[in-house]
Write a protein that binds this ligand. Structure first.
Ligand SMILES: C[S@@+](CC[C@H](N)C(=O)[O-])C[C@H]1O[C@@H](n2cnc3c(N)ncnc32)[C@H](O)[C@@H]1O
Length: 209
């Protein structure tokens, strides 16, 4: 049984910056300047930040993967490269702006499908995904929507499938690992791998039955 420090989660989420972020939701509806900046950084730093994260999944190449909150597609690109034995990746994002950009950036790749939707209304088949990738997304989801969203994601995993997640952990930008742990344990997912740093944490959550 996972012991959760609910007071710590509340204090973290009550921070002034967090409330501001809740209102602005910059990543869901970015300005042109924000898009330009993100793509510039992406082009400079992509290899460092994303390659290793996707390598850590150890994909065989034939899996069905959901890239939840795929954004501008840096993870999707590496997942698509790794799925070289018939696998497919669904790049889902609630933001139509990022969906337009990812479609252009990854044009021509045959093993990617794009879904512009909230996962709760996307109509994805239950128990169908080997892996769900969540990279810097859950902390962007409004607090009230996090549990239903995680519940929906968990229902899309095959038995034996897992969520591969990395989130920022700073008070000014991120969420506490205890909250992720609580969200995942409520839907019966088991934590199986963890790397915790000051700035972020990387964890795997497995559907056992
Ligand atoms: C910080 S960006 C990360 C993008 C990408 N995962 C990466 O690491 O490069 C967060 C992304 O999550 C998306 N997002 C936020 N809330 C979402 C939700 N409820 N469902 C799907 N995508 C969401 C945003 O539109 C944005 O593209």
């Amino acid at each position: 049984m996972v012991k959760i420090n609910t007071m710590a989660i509340k204090s973290f989420n009550d921070s002034a910056h967090h409330s501001k972020m809740e209102n602005e939701r910059a990543f869901v509806n970015p300005t042109r300047t924000q898009i330009a900046l993100v793509l510039l950084i992406s082009n400079l730093k992509r290899c460092l930040r994303y390659h290793r994260f996707i390598d850590d999944i150890n994909l065989k190449g034939d899996e069905l993967v959901l890239d939840f909150g795929s954004g501008w597609g840096d993870n999707t690109r590496y997942i698509s490269d790794a799925l070289d034995k018939g696998g497919r990746v669904i790049a889902l994002d609630i933001s139509s702006k990022w969906q337009d950009i990812i479609r252009k950036r990854l044009k021509g790749r045959k093993n990617i499908e794009y879904v512009n939707s909230d996962v709760r209304t996307a109509g994805l088949p239950d128990s169908s995904f080997d892996v769900i990738v969540i990279h810097y997304v859950l902390h962007e989801v409004p607090i009230k929507d996090r549990q239903p969203t995680v519940k929906e994601l968990a229902s899309k995993l095959k038995p034996g499938g897992f969520i591969h997640l990395r989130e920022p952990a700073k008070k000014g930008h991120g969420m506490p690992i205890e909250e992720v742990r609580s969200l995942m344990s409520e839907v019966g997912l088991k934590e199986s791998l963890k790397a915790e740093k000051k700035a972020n944490f990387q964890v795997r959550y497995m559907r056992c039955g």
